[in-house]
Structures are given as C-alpha cells and as structure tokens.
Design a protein. Structure first.
Length: 271
C-alpha cells in the first residue's frame, strides 16, 4: 500500500521506536509535510531527524488535524497522554498503539473511539528487521487494517491475530526476545572467558556467531531444526553440547519460564 496522501499522520513520542517507524514511513513515500512528531522533550536524534527531513516536531498536538495517530509512548504515561489527546480524536482518526500492555479497551475509554489498532513491535525495527504482532479493535475497518499493515511494515514483518490476548504472548516472545538473544551472547562470551579467551576475544567470537547464524537463518528458508541438524555431526562436539542444552533442565524448560514471566508482566501492565 502506498503511504502517499494518508496524512496528517501524528506520531506521539519520538523515541527510538517512534523514530524508527518515522524513518521507514518517509523512505516508503510519506511526504514530510504529512508527518508531525509530538514530543515535549525530544532527544537530539529527533531534532536532527526533523531538521534533516523537514518533518514538523512540536511539543503538543493541540490544534493539529489528525487522520492517523500512532501512540509510541511508555505504558506508564499512557493514561495522561490519552486524556490530553482525547479532544483531537474523533471518527476521522485511526489510532495505532505500539505501547506494551495497554489494552484496546483502555485506549478506547481514554480516547472515546474504538477505531484502534493495537500492536507490539520489537527493537530490531530500528534497522528495518523487526517483527510486529497486531490486532484490530472493533471499530477498525479492513481499510484501517491495511493502512496499519503498511505503516508497520516500514519496520519489518507483521503478524496479525484475531485475539488481543495473544499480544501479551507476542510481547513475551518477540517484544522482549531481543534481550534474551543479547543475554545469550553475554553468557556465551562469559563461558569463552572461562575457557581461557580474553574478554574481547570471547565477545567477538560469541557476537559474530549469533550475527552469522541469524543471517544464515534469514538467507536459508529451511526449518530451523534442519539448520541445527546441519551443524550437528553424529558423536561430534555440537551433539555433546546439545545433549546438555536440550536435556533435562536445559534451554526449552527455561524459555517456558522466561516467556511466562514476561507474559504475566504484560498482563499486569494492562490492568
């Protein structure tokens, strides 16, 4: 879907995730004059983006016509933001939220509209490699879904769900998932140090191993189980390692606990 002529598009919150989306929208053809960034305390990166592109950066959306509003603020301040934005929102406005744990019902009550798309992206969206889970509210049309899909695809892939409850699990799997991968790199590097590498050597080995494995997974459409098996020679070193990683008390059971903890926290944020 072409982004030309969809504005005015107002982005509430010009942090890292918001700016990542904004850069993608401009690259996808959205005219700078159709995009307004709203942030009362913008970071230097937001100021530079506005200066370089000609996009408006304002401390408040009051007086701004809004066709599409994207909420990219922290969940902890969402209630105040919704109260502030309510007078500017009506049936003419599509609302897209990327705030973790804030339900469609809460957004609808705060803004007085059910024309809402709720989403959960992750931080690789900053380089166009993200994955976003999305669900539409009862007032959102098929055309609204298509528009939101186009906006979200500026940051990577999009997966749509019928049940909003799935977004708590999306938060736990892919929203928080990059942090799990980063910690895996830390743990792998630390294990390397204990085998005699310098911290710099261990981190270089661990970091590039994960970068390379991710790139191979992106390039090769084979199931990930097949990619794992391709590395695993019978009775070899990888098989010995995987016997521990995949055995009792190994990674699978731990990831169940990790994802459940994040999901429960997401549910708590939404209450």
């Amino acid at each position: 879907m072409n982004l030309t002529g969809i504005g005015p598009l107002v982005l509430i919150g010009a942090g890292k995730m918001g700016l990542a989306l904004a850069r993608g929208w401009i690259a996808a053809g959205l005219a700078p004059g159709e995009l307004v960034l709203v942030d009362p305390s913008p970071a230097p990166a937001a100021e530079a983006f506005a200066r370089d592109t000609g996009v408006r950066l304002v401390p408040s959306a009051h007086g701004v016509l809004i066709a599409v509003m994207v909420l990219a603020v922290k969940p902890q301040i969402m209630t105040a933001v919704l109260a502030d934005m309510r007078p500017m929102v009506g049936g003419h406005t599509l609302v897209v939220s990327i705030a973790a744990g804030i339900s469609i019902r809460a957004i609808a009550q705060g803004l007085g509209t059910e024309r809402i798309i709720r989403t959960m992206p992750n931080t690789p969206a900053q380089i166009g490699k993200g994955i976003t889970g999305a669900v539409r509210g009862p007032g959102a049309t098929d055309a609204d879904r298509d528009l939101a899909d186009a906006l979200l695809k500026a940051a990577g892939d999009v997966v749509w769900f019928d049940a909003e409850q799935k977004l708590d699990a999306v938060t736990a799997v892919s929203g928080s998932g990059p942090a799990y991968v980063f910690h895996f790199v830390e743990a792998l590097a630390a294990a390397g140090v204990r085998q005699g590498f310098s911290p710099e050597q261990a981190m270089q080995l661990a970091r590039q191993t994960v970068i390379g494995a991710a790139a191979l997974m992106e390039a090769d459409p084979a199931p990930v189980a097949t990619l794992r098996q391709n590395v695993t020679s019978p009775k070899g070193t990888t098989e010995a390692a995987l016997a521990v990683l995949m055995g009792p008390g190994g990674l699978s059971g731990l990831m169940d606990k990790v994802v459940l903890a994040a999901k429960l926290r997401s549910e708590e944020l939404g209450r």
